[in-house]
Design a protein around this ligand. Structure first.
Ligand SMILES: C[S@@+](CC[C@H](N)C(=O)[O-])C[C@H]1O[C@@H](n2cnc3c(N)ncnc32)[C@H](O)[C@@H]1O
Length: 333
């Protein structure tokens, strides 16, 4: 059985994606391990329940779960987080467990020493992941995912503990929507780079363009309405007024950014059209919902987008409301 942590307000949608699951609050258990789960925040493969009365017992349990299981080569990470209580007590307990584990590791074989303590870089093929969740001070879940599994399942296993990213703040952006681009970049492990070319569809008032311009990119912004005045004057921004669904760039661009308010099927079809026509190298596309009835439409995207991509992700971002974000890298040939 595998354990999944549901994204905010997404327990039922996640159960639907899993084809049924045992539910315990935000934790869902299922034997299925689908390639894409838009409504999961984190996946804990083969998680088992643990009873550990003390800090020392927790450290022992974690140590026992990895000795002889993690590969001799490569690095590993420990995601250790509390999922109980309101205050700081859980975080404090996790810090103590981590310190106790580090002491125990010093007496272990060299392979176990290669723990990347705080890294949130994308998983490589040689990264292993150990996840320990305290659902109470003395009990929780423990999952060991030996390399290359975290990399191979990177669309459902997050490099961020509990899959959580606090939405970014930027008071100079025209709206809070900019946090979606930043979070998608972080999850993908690839940022918009200086001199790259971006098409931003549904760009007004301009937060996504604002991020791309800050990164040094050249932006074609498409909307029926203009962007904020300072962005309209920016030397690296070209504004195209019109229907974003009809716009096609004269030559392929580095990034398709798309945050159009539209029916989900239209946004998904737009993404698939651009991928099939090889119009972009990377993409971040918001799929917006009214209510919950249309979530099932994501199945078409889960089937059709991955063969067109080197890396395809579909997830409800921490910065998303009733939306899901499709982002990734297009296939080269
Ligand atoms: C959520 S807003 C985009 C916010 C923007 N990403 C930002 O960060 O500031 C959606 C935008 O889609 C635009 N839009 C909706 N349908 C459109 C269409 N067919 N063509 C062009 N723009 C469209 C709206 O005018 C609106 O500005």
């Amino acid at each position: 059985m595998h354990t999944f942590l549901a994204a905010d307000d997404a327990i039922e949608p996640l159960a639907g994606e899993l084809g049924g699951a045992d539910m315990e609050g935000v934790w869902l258990r299922s034997e299925n391990l689908p390639a894409h789960l838009a409504f999961a925040r984190q996946t804990l493969p083969r998680a088992r329940r643990v009873e550990a009365a003390s800090v020392n017992a927790w450290a022992d349990q974690i140590l026992q779960s990895i000795v002889g299981v993690l590969p001799e080569e490569g690095t590993w990470r420990l995601h250790l987080w509390p999922a109980y209580g309101e205050g700081r007590a859980g975080e404090h307990r996790c810090r103590l467990i981590r310190s106790a584990l580090v002491e125990k590791l010093k007496k272990q074989r060299r392979a176990l020493m290669r723990c990347q303590e705080e890294s949130q870089e994308p998983f490589t093929r040689s990264t292993s992941l150990v996840q320990a969740v305290l659902t109470s001070p003395g009990s929780g879940l423990l999952s060991v995912s030996a390399a290359p599994e975290p990399h191979e399942l990177r669309s459902i296993i997050s490099a961020y503990p509990a899959g959580h990213i606090t939405p970014a703040e930027d008071k100079t952006a025209p709206s809070r929507a900019f946090a979606k681009v930043i979070e998608a970049e972080m999850r993908l492990g690839r940022r918009i780079m200086k001199n790259e070319t971006c098409v931003d569809l549904g760009a007004s008032p301009g937060s996504w363009s604002h991020v791309a311009l800050l990164r040094g990119a050249h932006v074609t912004a498409v909307d029926r309405s203009p962007l904020r005045a300072d962005l309209m004057r920016h030397p690296r921004l070209h504004f195209h007024q019109g229907d974003a669904f009809k716009f096609r760039p004269p030559e392929p661009v580095d990034w398709l950014l798309c945050d159009i308010i539209a029916a989900p099927q239209r946004s998904m079809d737009l993404l698939l059209d651009w991928l099939r026509a090889r119009l972009m190298r990377a993409f971040i596309v918001t799929i917006k919902f009214k209510g919950t009835d249309e979530y099932g439409q994501l199945d078409t995207l889960k089937q059709n987008a991955p063969p067109l991509c080197a890396d395809f992700r579909l997830t409800r971002l921490c910065a998303n409301k009733n939306e899901v974000c499709a982002f990734g890298i297009a296939a080269r040939e």
